[in-house]
Write a protein that binds this ligand. Structure first.
Ligand code: NAD
Length: 496
């Protein structure tokens, strides 16, 4: 059985650990590899290597760091399909969707190629007579990243390229459910010429993560995953005096106004709700129909009901299986609870099974209507191909509903009215808003700005905010004496 290696000090090495976790093909649950839980010494060695590499990497010229990212971007593009194929096999994503996962990561590497401009500080000449003040942006040291299963290319690439381009070194702990994709990303990073120790990879679960969170040489922690783990990581990292950015769960609402373009709404909602089997943190899981727009629900349900799950290389497949039997059981039990609590199940995917792949983690597309705020299917993040439809009278009611929800990752409004869209974007307490765009994930020159329970921290992923997250600002105030006139002691705090 293939064992996933660790990456320590520029070498892929077999772990000495006897604790192994199966990596499966979610389409049939066959075991395709095993991933080790790194030993304490191995985690120590990864951090030590990153610490050592930082001593030289921080002094490497910034354009040279940018060139490493250029070579890396070229290799990622060259191997785009091959990475997507690995990704499909361990996540079950359709090939096109897997390519999208890789592509959205490549876009962040492109942002990292732009690092010289992103590291520019500020200057003011003559803050006092003959005195200038200027700031430099300097790296922190060793940073760590803990990533979820659902975007095994994009999310690691949200983290290490920008951190490293900014002059840091990195220890990545990928999801144990799909570690083959991040391993391939790391191989290509070495092939691009990354010096040893810049990027290290350790595998495992809670114990290995806690070792990173409590180690004095780790200066910053980036996390993406579920709410309870995000809260634990934020609290533990900050308790250990590290900065942390933790992206957590979501419940994303799409508000549909009756003046919207119906065909556009329906087509967009199909992909945004059940695409990737609903396993996207920006998936639309709640559709809020305002006024007469509710008349479109049966047609939407019919369209969603026609989406066919399938294996990754089936070109007709709309989406693949869920990641694990546990994830499937969780989604099925939520669907059951939805029925018991009185929601009407217009399309029921709970009995779906793919012929020839009966052992896989399949759930068919599912649509509930008549959902209210007290129901478990509304309160919980389902993370499956399930859309909850709700109805309200006015735009104000929709805004109040979305704002009452504890999550704030993404939302969208479909309307032909600029005034309604303007009101929505201004009043909604959600960090990423789409106007006639269902899944408003910003490109990497902006930042990924979830709010409320979808994010713990202040500086977000990628864009300028990530560069701030992975750096310190050093402000220098300087005077060069042109004469030798004695100024005498200055007993005040003011500059003169
Ligand atoms: P998860 O929280 O189970 O795991 C995420 C990472 O944390 C993995 O690397 C895992 O090994 C590690 N981990 C698990 N338990 C831990 C513990 N007790 N202590 C320390 N580390 C632990 O999440 P997942 O199931 O892999 O991913 C799905 C979740 O991620 C969903 O809730 C989804 O909304 C969220 N997500 C959020 C965003 C965002 O940007 N807000 C993006 C993608 C995914």
């Amino acid at each position: 059985m293939k064992q996933i290696p660790l990456l320590i000090n520029g070498e892929f090495v077999a772990s000495q650990s006897s604790q192994l976790i199966d990596v499966t093909n979610p389409a049939d649950n066959s075991v395709i590899a095993q991933v080790p839980c790194a030993t304490e010494q191995e985690v120590q060695a990864a951090i030590a290597s990153a610490k050592e590499a930082f001593k030289t990497w921080r002094n490497v010229a910034v354009p040279e760091r940018a060139r490493l990212m250029m070579r890396y971007q070229a290799l990622l593009k060259q191997h785009h399909d091959e990475i997507a194929e690995i990704l499909s096999q361990e996540t079950g994503k359709t090939f096109d969707d897997a390519k999208g996962d890789v592509w959205r990561g490549i876009e962040v590497v492109e942002q990292a190629m732009n690092i010289p401009a992103l590291l520019m500080g500020e200057t003011v000449e003559n803050v006092a007579r003959g005195i200038d003040t200027y700031s430099y942006i300097q790296p922190l040291g060793v940073c760590a990243g803990i990533t979820p299963f659902n975007f095994p290319a994009m999310i690691p690439l949200w983290m290490f390229p920008l951190a490293i381009a900014a002059g840091n070194t990195f220890v990545l702990k990928p999801s144990e459910q799909d570690p083959m994709t991040p391993t391939r990303l790391a191989e290509l990073f070495l092939e691009a010429g990354a010096p040893k120790g810049l990027l290290n990879i350790v595998h495992g679960g809670a114990k290995e993560v806690d070792q990173l969170l409590t180690h004095e040489d780790i200066k910053a922690v980036s996390f993406v995953g579920s709410v309870p783990v995000g809260q634990h990581i934020y609290k533990t990292a900050t308790d250990n005096m590290k900065r942390a950015q933790c992206f957590a769960g979501a419940k994303n609402h799409s508000v549909i106004m009756p003046d919207a373009n119906k065909a556009q709404v329906l087509n967009n909602l199909v992909g945004a709700s059940v695409g990737a089997a609903g396993q996207r943190c920006m998936a639309i899981s709640v559709a809020v129909f305002v006024g007469k727009a509710k008349e479109w629900i049966p047609e939407l349900a019919e369209m969603i009901g026609k989406v066919k799950p399938g294996v990754w290389n089936d070109k007709e497949a709309g989406y693949g299986p869920l990641i694990s039997p546990r994830a499937k059981q969780r989604v099925l039990s939520l669907i059951e609870q939805g029925k018991q609590e009185g929601a009407e199940c217009l399309v029921d995917g709970s009995q779906f099974s793919l012929p020839g792949y009966e052992a896989g983690n399949w759930v068919g597309p599912t649509v509930f209507t008549g959902v209210n705020e007290q129901m478990t299917i509304y309160k919980e993040e389902i993370f499956g191909p399930v859309l909850c439809c709700m109805e309200v009278e006015e735009l104000e009611d929709a805004i109040a509903l979305v704002n009452r929800n504890p999550f704030g990752n993404g939302t969208s409004i479909f309307t032909a009215s600029g005034a309604a869209a303007r009101k929505y974007q201004h009043e909604i307490e959600v960090g990423q808003v789409g106007i006639n765009v269902p899944i408003p994930v910003p490109l990497p020159f902006f930042s990924f700005t979830g709010w409320k329970n979808s994010f713990y921290g202040d500086l977000h992923a990628y864009g300028k905010q990530a560069v701030r997250f992975y750096t310190e600002t050093k402000t220098v105030t300087s005077r060069w004496f042109e004469d030798d006139i004695p100024h005498g002691p200055n007993m005040t705090i003011s500059l003169r």
